[in-house]
Design a binder for this molecule. Structure first.
Ligand code: GDP
Ligand code: CA
Length: 323
C-alpha cells in the first residue's frame, strides 16, 4: 500500500523513534514518499520558571532534527546545565527536573512567541521551521490541558509524578486538567479526516495516546475517518520496553500485555480506536487471542533498534492497514 497521507498519534521518545522510522520508510521511495502529520501529546506540558515546556513535542522535534541525545534518551545532544544550576541556586524551578541550556533556548523562544499571542500550533510551526523535519508536527490542542496524577498524597502534575517520584507513588487516577473547554488544534481533525491511514505509535497508551484521544473532537474524527487505524504495541513480552508505562497501565486496570492494550483501545467497529494491531513476534499468541475481536492482528519484530528496523515496522503497519 502506498498511502499519500499518513497521520500518526504520538507521545515523546517512543513516538519520535517511530516517526523517524516512518520517515526512513518514505525515503526508500523518494518519488512517492507520503505526507506525514504527527499529532503529538501535550498533556506533559507545564509552566516552569516562567517558561512553557512541551516535553513530547520537543522529543519529536529534536529526534527528527537529529539533535537529540541518543544516549540519555531525552533532551539535546552536547548539552550543558549552567543555567539550571543558577536557577537551582535561586530556588526557582524543580531541582530534579533539569533543563539543559540548549533546551532552555527552545523554551525561551516558545514562551516569547506564546506571550506575543501565537497559539501553540503556530509556535510549533515556527520552531520546527528551523530544521527540515520531513513531517508536519501538530500539538493535539492549543489549549493548556495538563495531565494530573491523583495519588494518596494529593494531586501532582504528571512530570512531577513521573520524574520526581519515578512513578513509584501509586497512581489512583489520571486527570486532564482543563479538558472540558479544550478543542483540537487547527488541522488535527482535518488531517485525520483526510488521511489514507492513521497509525498509533508504540507510545504510552495512557498518558500519551490516551491524552490525545481525550481532547474533544479527536475521537470523533477517528471514528468518522475512512482511513484504517492501525496501532503498534509498546509492550513486548509482557514488559514496557523502556520507562515506567506499566505503572500507568496498572493505574487504569489494564494488564501490561499486548492483547490487553488492544482490548483497552477497542475495535473501531465497536466504537473503539483500532482496525489493526501489530504485536511483537514474542507476543504472537495475541493474534489468536484477538481473533474475533474485530481487530486484525499481526506479529512482527517491534524493537525500534534503528531507523531501518523501525521503517520495517512501519511498512508492516501499512500492509496491515491495506489488508
Ligand atoms: P514518552 O512520552 O517519552 O514517554 O514516549 P512515548 O509515550 O511516545 O513512548 C513510550 C513508550 O515507548 C514506552 O512505554 C515503551 O514501551 C515504548 N517503546 C520504547 N522503545 C520501544 C521499542 O523499541 N519498541 C516498542 N514496541 N516500544 C517501544
Ligand atoms: Ca511524554
Amino acid at each position: 500500500m502506498d498511502p499519500d497521507r499518513i497521520v500518526v498519534l504520538a507521545g515523546g521518545v517512543g513516538g519520535a523513534k517511530f516517526v523517524r522510522g516512518l520517515r526512513a520508510l518514505g525515503r526508500r521511495t523518494p518519488d512517492r514518499s507520503p505526507d506525514v502529520t504527527v499529532v503529538a501529546n501535550t498533556g506533559d506540558d507545564l509552566w516552569l520558571a516562567g517558561l512553557r515546556v512541551t516535553p513530547d513535542l520537543d522529543s519529536l522535534m529534536y529526534a527528527l532534527a537529529g539533535v537529540n541525545d541518543e544516549q540519555r534518551g531525552w533532551g539535546r545532544a552536547g548539552e550543558s546545565e549552567r543555567v539550571s544550576a543558577e536557577l537551582t541556586a535561586y530556588g526557582v524551578g524543580w531541582p530534579w527536573f533539569t533543563l539543559g541550556d540548549l533546551d532552555l533556548g527552545t523554551h525561551i523562544a516558545r514562551s516569547a512567541m506564546l506571550r506575543e499571542g501565537l497559539p501553540l500550533s503556530a509556535v510549533v510551526e515556527r520552531l520546527s521551521a528551523r530544521w527540515p523535519l520531513g513531517v508536519r508536527l501538530l500539538p493535539a490542542t492549543d489549549d493548556e490541558v495538563e495531565t494530573h496524577v491523583v495519588t494518596a498524597e494529593g494531586e501532582l502534575h504528571f512530570e512531577e509524578w513521573w520524574v520526581r517520584t519515578r512513578a513509584a507513588l501509586p497512581a489512583l487516577a489520571f486527570r486532564q486538567q482543563g479538558v472540558e473547554t479544550a478543542t483540537a488544534a487547527p488541522g488535527v481533525r482535518e488531517a485525520i479526516l483526510a488521511a489514507d491511514v492513521v497509525l498509533v505509535a508504540p507510545s504510552n497508551p495512557v498518558v500519551s495516546i490516551g491524552t490525545v484521544l481525550g481532547i474533544p473532537g479527536v475521537r470523533e474524527a477517528l471514528a468518522a475517518t475512512s482511513a484504517p487505524v492501525v496501532g503498534l504495541s509498546p509492550v513486548i513480552g509482557g514488559a514496557v520496553v523502556r520507562g515506567m508505562a506499566d505503572a500507568c497501565l496498572t493505574a487504569i486496570g489494564v494488564e501490561t500485555d499486548a492483547a490487553a492494550i488492544a482490548r483497552h483501545y477497542g475495535a473501531r467497529a465497536d466504537g473503539g480506536l483500532l482496525d489493526g494491531w501489530l504485536v511483537d513476534e514474542t507476543d504472537a499468541a495475541a493474534v489468536e487471542a484477538l481473533a474475533g475481536s474485530g481487530i486484525r492482528t499481526a506479529a512482527v519484530p517491534l524493537w525500534m533498534t534503528d531507523d531501518d528496523a523501525t521503517a520495517d515496522m512501519a511498512a508492516a503497519a501499512l500492509r496491515l492497514a491495506a489488508r
